[in-house]
Design a protein around this ligand. Sequence first.
Ligand SMILES: Cc1cc2nc3c(=O)[nH]c(=O)nc-3n(C[C@H](O)[C@H](O)[C@H](O)COP(=O)(O)OP(=O)(O)OC[C@H]3O[C@@H](n4cnc5c(N)ncnc54)[C@H](O)[C@@H]3O)c2cc1C
Length: 472
Amino acid sequence: MSTGPAPAQTPASPSTPASPGARHRVVIVGTGFGGLFATQALKRADVDITLIGATTAHLFQPLLYQVATGILSEGEIAPAVREVLRRQRNVTTLLGKVGEIDLAARTVTSTSLGRRLVTPYDSLVVAAGAGQSYFGNDQFARFAPGMKDIDNALELRGLILGCFEQAELAALRGDKQEVARLLCFVVVGAGPTGVEMAGQIAELSMRTLKRDFRHIDPSSATVVLVDGASQVLPAFGERLGDIAQKRLVKMGVEVRLGGMVVGVDATGIEIREGSGDAAYTRRIESVCKVWAAGVQASPLGATLSEQTGAGLDRAGRIEVLPDLTLPGHPEVYVVGDMISLDHLPGVAQVAIQGARFSAKQIRRRLAGQPTDAAFSYHDKGSMATISRFSAVASVGRFRFGGFIAWVLWLGVHLVYIIGFKSRLTTLLHWAVSFLGRGRSERTITEQQVFARRAIEQLGTEHQPQLPDTRRS
Ligand SMILES: Cc1cc2nc3c(=O)[nH]c(=O)nc-3n(C[C@H](O)[C@H](O)[C@H](O)COP(=O)(O)OP(=O)(O)OC[C@H]3O[C@@H](n4cnc5c(N)ncnc54)[C@H](O)[C@@H]3O)c2cc1C
């Protein structure tokens, strides 16, 4: 029996274009908003698409916080890409993490469980998104999980609900300090994700878990929202930020603005507040910390930058040309959270519209038509929920908060959840949570809580492998 990684599946001559008569090959990296919408926009094009994703699912990130707080299941916000694209005959979906892109050879190299695959392309769309940034303090990640993927959300769900369980045990032991530490939840980052997380943890403790314990009072839990900025939801403007902050405070959330996190450990978080001589460091005793601040673009941006000379901004986003291509490479498009262009925000609509634009350019080039000179983004507005029945929305010239904003948020999110099945079950789970007190997804497992730490302990050299399934 042969063991070890299989040799790279290298194409015979990857740098040559598809042979005469063969179809144009499009490789798309990433199965998020950019990758999926680019693929779908090429449905009727005369091309062969290879969609390569590090996961098997299309993740609807805006609802991750609802998985982390037990409202929705991971399946509802992350349907299998293969299922979503089952009727699209011109696409092959492959699981693999892309590590190399060779622009000269026109190949993409991906790895799955230690096995490499080299895929040639004629056109390339890179939509690998962004990860969490701890602003140079990566050691914080150990004790303050981010909110970027399903693993994060399940770990946080285990951590949040696990703290209530541990607090019940600590109360039985009569350890009041431990109870207080376990029932203090700190969310770092007062952008939409942080506000949504803080609001949902508050609702979880005050409504859902209120009657479920005998030795602790879940509604006595403290939820602290911390940010270095001077207002919550800075991107929504002062008025909506103010509405959101007042609502959070009414729900019992402690909002601490203008403070920088300078330390995170297993049992607490340290925040530097004030300025100059008056600055001081305050420690909050808390077992559960959530990191909802900062993004760092996919490292594939750096690979592309080295090969093209395109600049990178502080968050690792690559400076694309106005038509979303790279200097000297009109066949390569970069879309979504990876790009730096005209201060476009890292939101789903930028990825979706960029994906559709790049697909259109590929179709036009194949038809021998001139391509558009520049991508133009149409801002459809932004929204953030604070609690059930309360949200803020900024749409065109209009800024509003409260119930109407929440209904709008509900409708828009339902439209963008992929698949009828997911929409239906999401609606049911929302009814359970928002009209009643329940949450359908309260199961937690040891693996959810400890898997990341166990993998970290194995070290960076560790290559996960399944038993070799090939015959010798
Ligand atoms: C918690 C949270 C809440 C948000 N809320 C909102 C909101 O309310 N409204 C809004 O408009 N936006 C929101 N956003 C932002 C929005 O989700 C992103 O802007 C959008 O997902 C960007 O799309 P993308 O395709 O660029 O990246 P992503 O959707 O992140 O997709 C990237 C894909 O690439 C894959 N990938 C990464 N690296 C590799 C690799 N090396 N090889 C292969 N595949 C790879 C990933 O697995 C993923 O499938 C939120 C984001 C988060 C994290």
